[in-house]
Write a protein that binds this ligand. Structure first.
Ligand code: CA
Length: 237
């Protein structure tokens, strides 16, 4: 694939030697972004912040603390106290839970099975601390995901858009950046993958324009999960 060749040349990597695929969770595995957007919009507005659905998608990928502090800094010129942060994240979590059960993104299960059959390792790298989602992985995805092959909000200090979570995933998998690909749906997640020096695939499952994902640095963007599934063999066969 032309995009991979260009990426290898630009990074001066020796070869593309795929061993593992790093999946983001919200908006890639779970069709949960409409719920998150609604929960964040209500919580932020309740707390006096100007916040829209578009803001939710633009800030997707940050940890809860990261999102709260981003808006505190922007509007109040300081970070949130621990108490404010805990209270707001709990409120957001309650709105999210009240939305009901979340379903997997259409065609992602087929993609996971294809990747598993190719003998590649599968990791989840998420800024989420939403236990209801983390606990439901087994129910929706069977034995595809293993506890030791996950990086969540509980593991990181900075979280996305910092490359930290993807660097941690490389470490856990004991592989080099040219031995992985990242699958992300949001600009900040894409920045994290690119920052870690990994070939980063944008899959547009939300309300943002494809251009926003390309501008964030995605090496290739697919307009839907179905399109990524169809084109997967051009990435790895
Ligand atoms: Ca996401």
């Amino acid at each position: 694939m032309k995009e991979i060749e260009e990426f290898l040349a630009k990074q001066s990597y020796p070869s593309f030697d795929l061993k593992a695929v790093f999946f983001d969770m919200d908006g890639v595995l779970f069709d949960s972004m409409p719920f998150h957007a609604l929960a964040w919009t209500r919580t932020m507005q309740n707390n006096g912040f100007d916040f829209t659905e578009y803001d939710a998608y633009m800030n997707e990928g940050r940890t809860g603390e990261g999102t709260i502090n981003e808006f505190f800094l922007r509007h109040r010129g300081r970070v949130a106290t621990d108490e404010e942060c805990k209270a707001m994240y709990a409120e957001k979590g309650r709105y999210f839970e009240a939305c009901g059960p979340v379903k997997p993104v259409k065609y992602v299960l087929e993609l996971l099975h294809k990747i598993q059959a190719q003998g590649l390792d599968i990791y989840i790298v998420t800024g989420s601390a939403q236990r209801s989602l983390l606990n439901t992985l087994h129910h929706h995805f069977g034995t595809i995901f293993e506890k030791e092959k996950m990086v969540t909000a509980f593991d990181v200090k900075y979280g996305k858009p910092n490359p930290e979570p993807y660097l941690m995933a490389l470490q856990k998998a004991k592989i080099e950046p040219w031995q992985a690909v990242v699958i992300e749906n949001a600009p900040l997640g894409i920045q994290a993958g690119v920052g870690a020096g990994i070939f980063t695939i944008g899959v547009n499952t939300g309300i943002l324009e494809d251009k926003v994902l390309l501008d964030a640095g995605a090496h290739v963007v697919y307009p839907s999960m179905h399109e990524l599934l169809t084109q997967w063999t051009t990435i790895y066969d």
